[in-house]
Write a protein that binds this ligand. Sequence first.
Ligand SMILES: [Zn+2]
Length: 120
Amino acid sequence: MEFLHKFACFDCRVAFKRRVIEESHTGTAWQADSKLVHTCPNCGRRMAFLGRNFRAPRQSHKNKWQSVMLLWEAGFRYCGSGYHEDPALPESKAETIEFIKNNINHIQKIAGGKCWEKYT
Ligand SMILES: [Zn+2]
């Protein structure tokens, strides 16, 4: 069985399933980042790793995509089994700014901070 994760381009607001390592049958739902680099098929930019459970908003939902980008920059990933006590990741930009401030020890905050503008 292939173990695929979701990658997204925040400029184009698109997401794709890709491998994180060459041996695609191994992996963990708690993966924090990808060993393989994948580029956006649309613009060629390096895509952000979001985790197994990411569900992409519609391309027209800019506010939701901004929320996803802020969470990614803060180190949150759509990882794990979904069964934990911590609050679900928010979907609007306004909620997300508060959420990041109030959830510094959230179980899904598993990666270091990044900046999309400088991410290559
Ligand atoms: Zn793109």
